[in-house]
Design a protein around this ligand. Structure first.
Ligand code: ADP
Length: 166
């Protein structure tokens, strides 16, 4: 039984994130999407909002669960009896940070492996920060995020509502 943790901010989740979840759910027995509750960052969406959006977006995948965590990732991974950390690699620009993170986690625990997934190329330009920026400026992000996320974005950014088709 291989349990994998997919940690991230998911502020908000995008189609890139859910594609990584889908790809990894075919390989590992159980995936726990773990939202980092990082008090140093001021998120746009609360952890509860992000949890709900993710749960609604992955409900068709029976081996995927969503959780919230704070503290050291390796401690959390062990507490879930997991041995794999999933991360996504979009472009070379992600590499340096992800490489550092993976090696740092390995320093803390030799038993945990980081596995990287590469999304479909149509998602490589997507990031949560870009989604927030476009949405706040009134650009339509409907085809970049899962349906439950778009619903929440429309509530958060009234300008988005005006531009909504139909
Ligand atoms: P963090 O603050 O931990 O980087 P993110 O939610 O931004 O949280 O990203 C979580 C993980 O998902 C990271 O490994 C990131 O590279 C990956 N990721 C983010 N957007 C995409 C995307 N469009 N396609 C594939 N992976 C992605």
């Amino acid at each position: 039984m291989k349990i994998a943790v997919y940690p991230g901010s998911f502020d908000p989740p995008t189609n890139g994130h859910t594609e990584i979840v889908f790809r990894s759910s075919k390989i590992f027995s159980k995936i726990i999407i773990s939202i980092t509750d990082n008090h140093n960052k001021k998120p746009t969406f609360t952890v509860e909002e992000r949890k709900k959006m993710l749960e609604e977006s992955i409900k068709h995948l029976p081996n995927v669960k969503v959780d919230i965590f704070s503290g050291l990732l390796v401690d959390y991974v062990k507490s879930k009896k997991a041995s794999i950390v999933i991360r996504g690699l979009r472009a070379v620009s992600d590499f340096e940070y992800e490489f550092q993170l993976a090696l740092m986690n390995r320093k803390f625990s030799k038993d945990i492996e980081t596995v990287f997934f590469i999304p479909d190329e149509k998602y490589t330009y997507l990031s949560s920060s870009l989604i927030r920026e476009i949405a706040s400026l009134g650009g339509n992000v409907e085809d970049m995020v899962p349906k439950p996320v778009f619903k929440k974005i429309k509530e958060k950014y009234p300008k988005q509502k005006c531009l909504q088709k139909k």
